[in-house]
Design a protein around this ligand. Structure first.
Ligand code: KIV
Length: 273
């Protein structure tokens, strides 16, 4: 196993475009708090996403819908304080941009001013184009998100693979082209067939980053809590776990409890005389 040695230059949207051009894959993870963001940034991650998946993994909600703009800003502030190198992208939460481009701009301006994040991400194609245009007109970089869009879970009805049918795949390609034309700097493709994702990555000049979209795209993103095995129940085919932290942390906690009960902790060296 080789360990990646990142250079220390700050990652910008231009860096990511150059990475695609020289065929260097982009590594992206989610972060919601200072301590985790510091570890991931020091490890050399290219993009940190303050994802609305915080609604699931931090707050324990079943969907991403309940998280508020204020809560997203709080998470983003904590992440930005930790980061020296990575580009920090902040999700616009459900209800903060759909169907109202003025609201989309207001939500974005709050995120940028109050958190110090570097870009925003939103879900959807043609339906959200007015919001994308208005945010971009204020000089804020926008990352798109197509395929499985968790904010639309009640429309989809399930979290299964999207765009397997021709009509949905064709709309996804049109939406991807539109988002690039409007000026998005990158695109997330979630849970779609690998050949379709590869086709989109070939058509677009902007980086296409996949989650459950195969290896033919320009980079990969996972939810950090899934990648580290802090979450246990979520086991989709696309997930590679690098640790089993749930069990390791549970075990450490059990040892801590046992040491207290047996009066082994604290020992003489762990107290003041
Ligand atoms: O909120 C999130 O974590 C995301 C990723 C799954 C891309 O949008």
């Amino acid at each position: 196993m080789s360990v990646h040695q990142p250079n220390s230059k700050k990652v910008t949207t231009h860096t990511l475009l150059a990475m695609k051009q020289r065929n260097e894959k982009i590594a992206m993870l989610t972060a919601y708090d200072f301590s985790m963001a510091k570890i991931l940034d020091e490890a050399g991650i290219d993009i940190l996403l303050v994802g609305d998946s915080a609604s699931n993994v931090m707050a324990g909600h079943e969907t991403t819908l309940p998280i508020t703009l204020d809560q997203m800003i709080y998470h983003a502030q904590s992440v930005v304080r930790a980061v020296n190198r990575a580009l920090v992208v902040v999700d616009l939460p459900f209800g903060s941009y759909q169907g109202n481009s003025k609201l989309a701009l207001e939500s974005t301006i709050r995120i940028m001013k109050e958190s110090g994040g570097h870009a925003v991400k939103l879900e959807g194609g043609a339906e959200v184009q007015e919001s994308v245009k208005r945010i971009l007109s204020a000089g804020v970089p926008v990352m798109g998100h197509l395929g499985l869009m968790p904010q639309s879970i009640y429309k989809f009805g399930t979290y299964t693979v999207r765009a397997k049918e021709e009509a949905e795949a064709a709309k996804l390609i049109e939406d991807a082209k539109l988002l690039e034309e409007l000026g998005c700097f990158a695109l997330i493709l979630e849970k779609i067939p690998a050949p379709l994702a590869q086709e989109v990555a070939k058509i677009l000049t902007i980086p296409v980053i996949g989650i459950g979209a195969g290896g033919g795209v320009d980079g990969q993103v996972l939810v950090t809590h899934d990648m580290l095995g802090i979450t246990k129940e979520f086991q989709p085919r696309f997930l590679r776990r690098y640790l089993n932290l749930f069990d390791e942390m549970k075990n450490a906690t059990q040892r801590y409890i046992a040491d207290i009960k047996s009066q082994d902790f604290p020992n003489n060296n762990e107290q003041y005389q």
